[in-house]
Write a protein that binds this ligand. Structure first.
Ligand SMILES: Nc1ncnc2c1ncn2[C@@H]1O[C@H](COP(=O)(O)OP(=O)(O)OP(=O)(O)O)[C@@H](O)[C@H]1O
Ligand SMILES: [Mg+2]
Length: 375
């Protein structure tokens, strides 16, 4: 298939909307690369520049070794699937899928063979004579994907293709698109604002915010080693908790303080502080790394043998039971955070609860730049 390279790609709309700034990355051959980020961060713009539907303001895009900036969309050997499917309502499913090939003057037998094969892959062979208005949302989405498959493109581009489907169908189509990727060994670029979709589908994930790339990594690295506070807060539900702390001297070694609580640091975190000049730092801790402590109303599963000072006394504001675990919304005087508990015996609303931070899993971020000090 093909790999795609973006070098210093910038897009400025109408003179002053900076939609994408200096994007540099490679989409490896046969990878499933996901572009993820909040609404307006520039995901669709990047995809549309790769497809040729949007002019590139600065920089270059290559497919394999060929610079494609000036190649018209129809000659780029790319197929794009849109959120709204964009099917022709007056044509049958067969004709919708055949249309692109017909425009390119493929022989009838070849068209027939490709449409039949694609319909089989997508389990829509029985729908070929129907028109789009007689299809469900999921079936329409499959036809839209089929229209891309028949082209045998070098690269598939998907722009939020599942966002019009209900939650259950979305999970199913998510699996189908991943399976399709395995089966076709194709290079796929997939845009979504849903971090769960990104984490479950992508082997390479590009996290974007306000037009700039925040981090490019596999799902595990993004989760465990977020490059900055934005990625830590965007990837994972509920998001990572952030607490602004003061660096204090704790008998010769640095520790962190917020309100009346003192948090001891292990060696790894202590050395991360060396790069800081000020005396404040942002502590990042995921909900599952906050454990209900020994003084809580629940039995403790986890205890810090020697770090009693990592205990934080909180008040339970809300308990959300989710079956196999619960989310505890906790409050101290000036801070709110979320802890995840899998204990059967859950604390009560408004009860005091002591929790411990598992500092082996904690992250530290620069208070001004938000850059991680720990990766
Ligand atoms: N044709 C346009 N003219 C001017 N500004 C535009 C145009 N298209 C997009 N923008 C702006 O560029 C920025 C990026 O838009 P883009 O559509 O790439 O975002 P996105 O990440 O795909 O968002 P969403 O998740 O909402 O689809 C936004 O600020 C948007 O308002
Ligand atoms: Mg978009």
């Amino acid at each position: 298939m093909a790999y795609v390279t973006l070098k210093g790609v910038t897009k400025i709309y109408d003179g002053d909307v900076l939609a994408v700034e200096e994007a540099n990355f490679e989409i490896p051959d046969e990878s499933f690369t996901v572009l993820v980020g909040p609404s307006g961060c520039g995901k669709s713009t990047i995809l549309r520049m790769i497809a040729g539907l949007e002019q590139i303001t600065e920089g270059d895009i290559y497919i394999d070794d060929e610079r494609i900036n000036d190649i018209p969309p129809k000659d780029r050997d790319i197929a794009m699937v849109f959120q709204n499917y964009a099917l022709y309502p007056h044509m049958t499913v067969y004709k919708n899928m055949a249309f692109g090939l017909k425009l390119r003057k493929y022989p009838k037998a070849e068209i027939d063979q490709r449409v039949t094969a694609a319909a089989e892959i997508l389990s829509i062979s029985h729908l070929l004579n129907r028109k789009p208005k007689h299809l469900s949302g999921g079936e329409r989405q499959r036809v839209a994907v089929g229209r891309a498959i028949v082209r045998h493109p070098k690269v598939f581009l998907f722009d939020e293709p599942l966002s019009n489907l209900d939650a259950k169908l979305r999970v199913q189509m998510r699996m189908e698109i991943s399976r399709l990727h395995d089966r076709l060994d194709a290079t796929m670029v997939y845009v979504t604002h849903d971090q769960v979709e990104a984490m479950t589908m992508g082997d390479q994930i590009v996290v974007l915010n306000e037009g700039t790339i925040q981090q490019i990594a596999d799902p595990g690295t993004l989760y465990h080693k977020p490059a900055n506070q934005f990625v830590g807060g965007f990837i994972g539900t509920p998001p990572m908790n952030f607490i602004e702390t003061q660096i204090v001297n704790n008998g010769g070694t640095p520790a962190l303080r917020f309100e009346n609580f003192k948090v001891a640091l292990n060696g790894h975190l202590q050395s991360a502080l060396n790069t800081l000049s000020g005396d404040s730092v942002v502590l990042g801790i995921r909900p599952e790394d906050i454990h209900v402590g020994e003084n809580g109303t629940s039995n403790s599963k986890f205890q810090f043998a020697s770090c009693a000072e990592n205990s934080v006394e909180t008040l339970v504001e809300l308990v959300e039971p989710l079956g196999n675990h619960a989310l505890l919304y906790l409050r101290t005087e000036n801070h709110n955070f979320v802890a995840q508990s899998d204990l059967a015996d859950l604390p009560q609303h408004n009860a005091p609860l002591t929790v411990n931070f598992n500092m082996d899993k904690a992250h530290l971020f620069h208070p001004e730049t938000g850059e991680s000090l720990t990766v």
